[in-house]
Structure formats: structure tokens, C-alpha cells
Design a protein around this ligand. Sequence first.
Ligand SMILES: Nc1ncnc2c1ncn2[C@@H]1O[C@H](COP(=O)(O)OP(=O)(O)OP(=O)(O)O)[C@@H](O)[C@H]1O
Length: 644
Amino acid sequence: MLEQLQLWYRHGWIRAIDLSLAQQLAQQLGDDDQATVLLAALTSYQLGRGHPCLDLNQLYVTPEQTLDLPAEHATLESLQECQTPQQLLASVPALANQDSAMQALISSVAVNQTNSPLVLEQQRLYLRRYYRYEQQIKADLAARMASIQPVDVHQLKQVLDELFGRQQSISWQRTACAMAMRSRFTIVTGGPGTGKTYTVVRLLATLQKLRGHQQPLRIRLAAPTGKAAARMSESISNELNTLKTINDVKADIPTEAVTLHRLLGTVPNSRGFRHHQDNPLHADVLIIDEASMVDIEMMAAVVNALPARSRLILLGDKDQLASVEAGAILGQLCEQAEQGHYTPELTAWLNQTTEVALPFDKTDPNGESWRYLQHTTMFHESRRFDPNKGIGKLADEVNRQQCGWLAQWLHDSDAMAAAHVEFDNIRMRAVPRANHPAVQQLVEQGYAPLLQLLQQRPDSADEVVIDTWAKGILKQLEQFQLLTAVREGDWGMHQFNQRISYWLFGDQAAEHGWFEGRPVMVTHNDYSLDLRNGDIGIALRRTSDEPLRVAFPTAEGGIRWLLPSRLTQVDTAFAMTIHKSQGSEFTHTVMILPDHDVPILTKELLYTGITRAKEQFTLLCAQPQLVLKAVERRIQRSGGLANG
Ligand SMILES: Nc1ncnc2c1ncn2[C@@H]1O[C@H](COP(=O)(O)OP(=O)(O)OP(=O)(O)O)[C@@H](O)[C@H]1O
């Protein structure tokens, strides 16, 4: 079995750390407990793919899909040499079926003992550290949800009337504000443009209004990435500026959002933070935007540092892909948010705060079993995208896993656009090969304005002038973006980056790793340089005789210039994976899918890709059938946050 794991590692199917965990455990446990050794390696492997645990139910029902093995880029040689997950499980007698696997784990000294490396809870196997994170989050949220805050309902109703006006029909935005008043934990979820920011500004205003004669509440705004924090600051400022009422508390609503790392204070060369239980954050309210991107380790650190009396408010789109690191927190907490499941008690309370009663189908006499949903509001109506038009329609059909209209659109998007102007901004192009001329043409057109801007380097040594030029170029990078579903192979992000670099810059790009105009994405947090996973920069020369530097936007709206030699973990970013595009939006988004089916193609992946587009969306694919297959496939979320 260990030899097979070594082969898996040699062919890049699992990580070095997964193999070394198996080797260490094998040394300690000997030959008699091969079952635990293999399942521990698979648990570690799943962690690398974003799952905090190994779900044995899922593993035994669909081993290949659960583990996504053989890997999508598996070579022919690896397929010949390596056993499949099913074969490997079958090679260990104790893993013949799920019951015997559970039995083997229960009797292992490496599982569920004091300080043992593994924890088994129900059918979920965890590495201890991640089990602890999950328990910490569950306990913290349970305590926050248990303490219902006293609210003067009459006053609340008045404030909500002032902020939202008198309503004729149900306003979920108003409901979200009301719900948040009585709880120390709130989730507001909804797709792009559904008014989460609009609502949160009003929610904060309501909190400040209801505080009575006390000091203004200390409010902190944060997001998982620098880009998301910058967007949050901008949208909250805009929303506050257009708000005509509540002038008396406007000044008490902050507009500056920071990254979660900055909020908690990173400690060099450590996983720990400056703020924790013994040095808590000074905040009465913490709002986290883009919460679907927060991983489990970070969320545990947040709840650890946030005083128990403070309010935690999460904003995000639960239908998006989860964090790249282990997590899927938001998705787990509000999986069934569409259905409300509000208890009769909560429904009655909410009805007192408005003239319009909550729709009957959102209430549930057994709502108590949906603990988190009693603190969750979901918005459906996008203000930016009409669900009957273009991007909004496409995203909605994919999200609801409806294939009828989609099949028609895939069949002939041009004819549909010709017949209905509202579908003019979404196009599908069949491309039989990844390097097809149609792909090249689209990419060259998309990046033409960038190339033009690169030619317009100011003939000046004035730093302000040069920084303005760099800012314009970084802004231009948000105009057009190619997104891939996979990283490796002909249809993967790496090969597209090589191809596009060559199409746009010819041999100079092929010969040198760095060239002027190369956009890069940071692939790992680098605390010493204050760069975060996902940050985007571009290689430029400030003057024609200076060496290349990489320009990154700063949180304050300026530019930071770094020498390429300091950036060790970056990828070219002409193409990026859909996973890495989360939290960003591009005026024209082009999504390209591989010509063969891979388990990573799910409705969540397609939905995330489509909703990155602000004005125009193009789908490139070889086989439209694969799109329909992907829409029918959902991500299996592993984790025990929602349970017990
Ligand atoms: N009830 C409303 N009345 C009028 N305008 C609204 C309302 N709700 C939202 N909007 C407007 O719709 C636009 C989108 O709203 P907002 O930015 O709050 O959405 P969001 O869910 O935060 O989007 P994203 O997820 O993309 O950040 C904004 O211009 C906002 O002012």
C-alpha cells in the first residue's frame, strides 16, 4: 500500500506531505493498521483540495469523484502504473467496505485518543488540528446565536421605515436588517449585485441608531483578500454617499476595509496572530465580505479574536466555489437558505417589524433544526443583472441546474442573440482545439488595449506620472480575462499563459521568464512582502533604461514597485483558473472548458466563472454536451460545521 502511495506521489497524484504522514504513521503503527495509514494519507490529501475532513460515506459511494483521482492531468504512464482509489482501498482487507473501515479506525490507537493525530466523528475523519478549528467555530457560533439581544421593536420599525420606506411587498433587505438586530451572528447571502453592501450600510446605520445613549459602536470591516477589501471599501463609501437619510449616524459608519490578516495582525514566521482570546479585537461589530472565500483556519482565528459580546456578520455568495484552502464554511452554514426554514417564533417577531408578513413557504414549524438559518437571509433579486437577460439569465439557469434553455443557448447562441437583443452579451464559441485561431483572435482583441497602454510609458521621471500610468494598466487588466477550469494540460491555465504570452509578445516571452507587460498573480501569502495569495501585479519598466519591476496596487490606492527577483511564487495571469478568479470581476470574462470531462467541472465552478463577468461573457468549449453534464454535477462539501 505504501509503495502505491509512493507511486501516486511520484506521478503527482498526491503531495509530499500526504505521503510523509503515511510513512510516519506506518512507522508508529506497524503493518497491522494499514487501514488507518491509508485513510490518514487520504485525509491529508483531501485537506490539500480544500476539504477539512475525509468523508467516508462519500469515499465509499464515489471514490474516484470524491478524491478526484486519477488526476485530470494524469499521464498514460501513471495510469498504467498506479492503482485507482477503488483498487487501492480494495487492496487493504480492513477497507473492503465502509463498516469495516469505520471499525478499523475506531480500534486504532491513532484515532480518537488523547492527542492522537486523527479524530473520527460520525463518518468524518479529521487531522486533529482541523477538527479543533471546526469545533472552535461551532462552539463560538452556537454561543453567539444563543444570546438573543433585546430590541425595542417599535423604534426598530421606525428606523427601518426611514431607511427602506414603507413596503408593499416583502423586502428581504429589510428582513436582514431586522434579523441582525437581535443576534450576535448574522449571514447575508446572495449573488452578485443583490444588494448585500446596500443592506449592510443600512444594517450598520440601524445598529448605530438603536444604540441609544451609548458610545458609537466600534465597527470593523474586513475581507479575505486585498482586492476584496478594496472593493468593499469602495462600495461602502459609494453607498454611504448616496444615502439621503440617517445623517446623524453616518459618521459612525467606517468605510475602510482591511484584509483579515491585517485585522488580526500577522506574526512573522508563525501561523498565529497578534489578536486572539487573550488580546481580543477592539470591535463591537465585525463585518466580513466575500465570506465564501474564508477558510476554516482563518475563521477559527477570527472567532478566537472576536470578543463574545461582539457581533459577527458574514456577507457572501453561498453558491460560489468555496475557499481554495480547506473550508466551504459559508456553503455549509447556509446550504438550504433558499427555503428560509424560519421558526414560527422568529417569523412572528420579524412580522412585528414590518407591515408585510413573511411568506408562508419560508416558515417551518421544525425550523429549530436549521440553527444557522435562523440568522440567515438570502437575497435573490439582482439589481445588476436581470434574471431574464444575458449574464443574469445564464448564471441563474446554471445555478438552478436547469438544462432546457441552456441546451438551446449552447446550440446556437448567435441565433439567440440575433433574435433577442437581451442575449447579445453572452456568446458561446465551439473551439475544437485549445490553440484554435478563434481563441487566438479573441485573446488578441481582448488584450489589444493593454498592449497599447504599454506603449504609452510617460517620458517623465515624475513618480506620480509613472504611478498613474501603472494604475491605468492595472485597471485595464480588469477589462478582459481568460478563465480556465483546469490548471494543467492543453486546456489548462499554464499552457494558455505560455500560448498567450507568445501570441502577444512573441519570442521574447518564450525566452525570458520575465518581460514587460507580464501580469502575475501571487500564489502564496508572503507576509514579509505584504503580498497575499491572489494579488495581481504587472511587470513594467518605470523608465526605458531602468530594470523591470512589478507594480502592485496598494490598499491606499497607490503603487508598490518590487523587483521580480523578490517574487518567488507567482504565475503569469493572462489566464487564471476560475478558482483563483473568486472575488474579482472583469468587464469581459471568457471561460474556456477542456475537451474532456473532469470531476472538477461542476455547476458551482461554472456559476462562479459566469458571475465574474460584468458586461460581457464568452464561453469557449469543444463539446457543449460537457457543459450540460457539468451543470448537473454539484460539489460535494465535506465538513461537520452544520451537524450537531
Ligand atoms: N433596495 C434597493 N434600492 C435601490 N438600489 C439598490 C437596492 N439594493 C441594491 N441597490 C443597488 O444595486 C447595486 C448593487 O448592490 P450591491 O453593491 O449592494 O450588491 P452586492 O450584493 O453587494 O454585490 P457584490 O456581491 O457584487 O458586491 C448598487 O448600486 C446598489 O446601490
